[in-house]
Ligand binder design. Structure first.
Ligand SMILES: Cc1cc2nc3c(=O)[nH]c(=O)nc-3n(C[C@H](O)[C@H](O)[C@H](O)COP(=O)(O)OP(=O)(O)OC[C@H]3O[C@@H](n4cnc5c(N)ncnc54)[C@H](O)[C@@H]3O)c2cc1C
Length: 477
């Protein structure tokens, strides 16, 4: 294999998006993946009992639906069936009710009661301009948005903290609902840009929905691999790259890896200043993730939680904020903010009839080896008494296990880098082109580049477009 145009290391959604983009432009492309199957954080396995299909990482795909890369790729045309829960995310409260974000904004507003009008004031202007805001949020900072004036409507929220956004929401229910979605940022809620993070995810709930893929997220990966092969690309698994010198000769190399790995595998070839900048890149907290095989759906007290794909646990804004602050201080919360995903609400194919596979994680300090099973299950029991009686089997991964299985998730950080303001705007270092490295023909394309974590393929797509333009003089559509 000496005549390759491009080699891609890592077959996560970003590596595959890069490979498909390069191959579609007519280049010869080879992908090297260390794990036994392609997909990285977009895979489905039988983690518990026969008949159960569990997503190893991602399940909920608003970012894929909104992503310009996947829009062009056209997932449904490749046989990927998206299933939309009526409610994108819900947050149960101790009074037995829940605040819920329906895809329908008006229904969300109606059911939020006193806080409804303030939720509309926050979300309606964003929803009206979603077609301009979402592509701008997923593009590299240096690119000019297609509709700059409409996209600019998001700017006042972009750098706010969740606490600042919540201060404009009225009533505990609306504030609680916002805390659960903003806490995906994995930062204390009084820090910027947790408000922007929450606002984008809530906007996606109303603008495109929060779907799951029928049969599991693996179907997205399978579609990408099929398309790569259709364009003549090749992929090899079970080959961990430990040095750039091991790679087949190619004009460009695109790396779907964390900055820490780049330091390891590039050895002394990195210029000292760039290596120093990579060393100062900050990673966020980790997650402890549980998957359960259940004998039936989770018995949530609040009816809305039974119709929601994602359920955020922690009760009030203050409690969720307290939990995130504890993690940032290096502690394991007794009553952790917990994110529960139940694809079975819309996809019965993932479990034997009447049963359900559910996963949940909570945030923990980076590299934690603490098993949070007891605390996570207690948190679910609080809002769904009887949950424990349904457990047939469980799989547990501490943050340290996450890192061991997924080399990009340093210390269990699933976003591959803390979502601080600086690292949201410039990842992994402050450079005009965040995908290019100072090494000739070597590009980074993992979620340590803009726009960061999630299954949107945009890091790979943006990196591939940059490589096509600079190294091959090709302007990809
Ligand atoms: C528990 C969990 C839940 C999540 N839920 C969601 C969700 O619901 N929705 C969502 O949008 N996102 C979710 N995410 C995040 C999402 O999975 C990731 O952001 C996404 O997979 C990142 O894609 P990537 O291609 O950058 O990296 P990855 O998916 O991590 O892929 C990197 C690939 O590179 C390979 N690799 C790394 N180093 C080497 C090497 N040296 N040699 C060879 N191969 C290598 C890895 O094996 C892996 O296959 C979740 C993540 C986790 C862990």
């Amino acid at each position: 294999m000496t005549d390759l145009d491009a080699v891609v290391v890592g077959a996560g959604p970003n590596g595959l998006a890069a490979a498909v983009t390069l191959a579609a432009a007519g280049l010869s492309v080879h992908v090297v993946e260390g794990a036994s199957t392609a997909g990285g954080g977009c895979r489905t396995e039988q983690l518990t009992l026969p008949g159960f299909s569990h997503d190893v990482c991602s399940t909920i795909h608003p970012l894929a639906v909104a992503s310009p890369f996947f829009r062009q790729f056209d997932l449904p045309a490749h046989g990927v069936k998206l299933r939309y829960p009526e409610i994108a995310f819900a947050q149960p409260l101790d009074d037995g009710t829940a605040a819920a974000a329906y895809q329908c904004l008006s229904r969300t507003v109606d059911e939020l009661g006193a806080g409804g009008p303030s939720w509309r004031r926050l979300m309606q202007p964003l929803v009206d301009r979603a077609e301009a805001i979402v592509p701008a949020a997923l593009a590299p900072l240096r690119s000019v948005p297609a509709e700059p004036v409409r996209a600019a409507r998001f700017l006042p929220h972009a750098l706010r903290s969740a606490a600042a956004v919540a201060a404009r929401l009225e009533g505990g229910r609306a504030r609680a609902l916002f805390s659960g979605v903003a806490a995906h940022a994995m930062l204390p809620l009084d820090r910027s840009p947790t408000g922007g993070f929450g606002a984008v995810l809530a906007l996606l709930a109303h603008a495109v929905g929060w779907p799951a893929v029928e049969g599991g997220s693996q179907r997205i990966t399978d579609a990408l691999v099929d398309q790569l092969r259709a364009h003549g690309g090749t992929i090899e698994t079970r080959r961990w790259v430990t040095s750039l010198s091991e790679l087949p000769t190619a004009r460009v190399a695109l790396l779907d890896i964390a900055p820490q790995q780049l330091l390891d595998i590039a050895g002394g070839s990195l210029p000292a200043a760039f290596a120093r900048a990579l060393r100062s890149y900050r990673y966020g907290p980790g997650v402890c993730k549980l998957d359960w095989a259940l004998s039936g759906p989770v018995p949530w007290t609040a009816a809305a939680c039974r119709r929601s794909g994602t359920v955020h646990l922690g009760g009030t804004f203050e409690e969720v904020a307290g939990s995130e602050a504890e993690v940032a201080a290096g502690r394991h919360p007794e009553s952790p903010y917990t994110l529960v995903v139940q694809a079975g609400v819309v996809d019965p194919t993932r479990a034997p009839s009447g049963r359900q596979g559910v996963w949940a994680y909570c945030h923990v300090p980076a590299g934690s080896t603490v098993d949070m099973t007891e605390r996570i299950e207690r948190q679910i029991e609080r809002f769904a008494p009887g949950f424990r009686d349904l457990i047939l089997a469980r799989s547990v991964l501490t943050a340290a296990d996450e890192h061991a299985r997924h080399p990009n998730y340093i210390g269990g950080d699933i976003n591959v880098g803390a979502a601080t303001v600086r690292q949201t705007l410039f990842r992994p270092t402050v450079r005009w082109n965040n995908y290019r490295t100072p090494m000739k023909g070597v590009y980074l394309c993992s979620s340590a580049t803009p726009p960061g974590g999630g299954v949107h393929g945009m890091c790979g797509y943006n990196a591939a477009r940059s490589a096509l333009r600079r190294e091959f003089g090709i302007r990809a559509r």
